[in-house]
Design a protein around this ligand. Structure first.
Ligand code: MSP
Length: 488
């Protein structure tokens, strides 16, 4: 039986258009999925949009549009962008889809019936940007550190999810790596938090937010947006929210195909998130799963943020790099390359448009683009008997092991070392002279270059699938258009 590989991105809020940060996570997930596909695994890549909550309700009100219409438009924009970026997702889940909403209501009822959810009151400081209550000690000058906004003091009747009872079990799952949190420092950070603070029960409903899924046992309340959103990781592979018995995958009654999909793919192999949403993913989400008797995801990986000019990208500061602008300038594979080679994936990385243009010209236009065009032109000199097709074993162990460790920029570096070495090799050997005075050396030099290009084209498959195809075709047809035109 084929090994399975289930990878998720966060479901993105649709209060605004997608940006480069969203693209960063999603392209990385696509690279991982493609790398696993090369190993013959059965892949499920889930992405989608998180469409309820106060933040979105407010945005729709401001725009004077019905919230469903509002979210339909923005969600379509995300989908469209993923298509443009070559993201091969298997499902694009929307939390306003009715199957998802029904499943959420079923889960709420189950947890309410088993006493994990109870009625109470909550008072706290709510950040609409985070859609989270924040602790006083997390604030900077009384403001949300992530959104720089003053928080709303909320005191209301609500339903709460019990957290503390399962804290010890969660600690054990994290410590034993049943539920891996990476990079390693985040595992330590979360464990130290969980060992030092008793988790407060979490409010899972809002009385004054209209735009949400009504609680089945009290329709005056809507479901807290994070509770709703987390479940998309399960509804996205077809779960309908019913629990039979206490273990997951659900019963063998696999007559319904969505069920079998679920037992096939859960637990997720990798849940990719940005560091901003680590805490909720490492507390509320696994505790929900523990209450439901569902297995933990295998790995929660938090990557760093893209910064611009040393600061968080923000429209107010005016340092936002547009993803559409990147696509226009660098093309699909150029954009994928620049995002994935920007820096160490687990750390924050600074990007500026100027530096990206420089890197594009150096690594793509003058780098691989130039190498391909030189090699193809030289090998198409009449009577040069170069063997153009070269079967290279793929997958390449070294590359895959780097991708598996989420060392994505190192993996690209590994490919570009070959590109740079070949560039030097061309300069040293001057094949355009050899073709006149040493035919057999010419043959030898070109054969090596062609083999290397075949290898490069295979290595590029997860990162730059179109470029990989173009190189293969160029070698076969002995002709090539400029792969990456220089940017002035
Ligand atoms: N809707 C929630 C997630 C629910 S998942 C059950 C949410 N959405 S979001 O639209 O705000 O997207 C957050 C995610 O977008 C981050 O975790 C990260 O994956 C990505 N990024 C947003 N800005 C980013 C950067 N500046 N840099 C890198 N990625 C960031 O939170």
């Amino acid at each position: 039986m084929k090994k399975k590989f289930y990878i998720t991105t966060p479901v993105y809020y649709v209060n605004d258009k997608p940006h480069i940060g969203h693209a960063y996570t999603t392209v990385a997930a696509d690279v991982l999925a493609r790398a696993h596909k090369l190993q013959g695994e059965e892949i499920f890549l889930l992405t989608g949009t998180d469409e309820h909550g106060l933040k979105i309700q407010k945005k729709a009100e401001e725009a004077g549009v019905d919230p469903q219409k509002f979210v339909d438009g923005i969600s379509a924009g995300f989908k469209d962008l993923w298509d443009k970026l070559g993201i091969e997702y298997d499902n694009f889940i929307r939390t306003t889809n009715s199957a998802h909403k029904n499943a959420v209501q079923k889960v709420l009822q189950t947890l309410f019936d088993q006493g994990a959810i109870y009625k109470g009151e909550y008072e706290g400081l709510y950040c609409v940007g985070c859609e989270q209550f924040r602790n006083e000690n997390e604030l900077v000058n009384g403001r949300c550190p992530d959104h720089d906004t003053v928080l709303e003091n909320v005191r209301e009747e609500c339903y709460l999810l019990k957290m503390g009872d399962l804290q010890a079990e969660l600690i054990q799952k994290i410590e034993s790596d049943d539920f891996q949190i990476r990079p390693e420092r985040y595992k330590r950070e979360i464990l130290s938090f969980l060992k030092n603070e008793k988790l407060k029960d979490v409010s899972i409903s809002r009385k004054n937010v209209k735009w949400g899924i009504p609680l089945p046992f009290d329709p005056e309340h809507t479901t807290y947006v994070w509770f709703d959103a987390f479940l998309s990781y399960l509804t996205g592979i077809g779960w309908d929210g019913s629990i039979q018995g206490s273990t997951f995958p659900l019963s063998a009654d696999a007559s319904n195909s969505s069920r079998s999909n679920l037992s096939k793919f859960w637990p997720a192999d990798i849940q990719l998130i940005g560091k901003d949403i680590l805490r909720v993913h490492a507390t509320i989400w696994p505790i929900m799963l523990l209450h439901l008797g569902i297995e933990m995801p295998k790995l929660l990986y938090a990557h760093g943020h893209l910064l611009s000019g040393g600061r968080k990208m923000s429209k107010t500061i005016g340092n936002v790099i547009g993803i559409e602008e990147m696509l226009e300038k660098f093309g699909v594979d150029g954009t994928r390359y620049l995002l994935m080679s920007a820096g160490t994936f687990g750390e924050d990385v600074d990007v500026t448009m100027d530096r990206m243009i420089e890197k594009y010209n150096a690594d793509l236009a003058n780098g691989i683009g130039n190498l391909v065009s030189r090699v193809v032109k030289l090998s198409s000199i009449p009577n040069s008997q170069i063997k153009m097709t070269n079967k290279i074993p793929n997958p390449n162990e070294k590359l895959l092991s780097l991708i598996d460790k989420l060392e994505l920029n190192t993996a690209l570096n590994y490919i570009w070392q070959i590109v740079r070495k070949d560039d030097k090799f061309v300069e040293i050997n001057k094949p355009w002279e050899l073709t006149k005075n040493d035919k057999s050396k010419f043959q030898e030099v070109m054969q090596k270059l062609v083999s290397d290009l075949s290898l490069i084209s295979e290595l590029l498959v997860p990162f730059m699938p179109d470029t990989s195809e173009k190189i293969k075709t160029a070698l076969e047809e002995k002709k090539v258009d400029s792969l990456f035109p220089r940017i002035k």
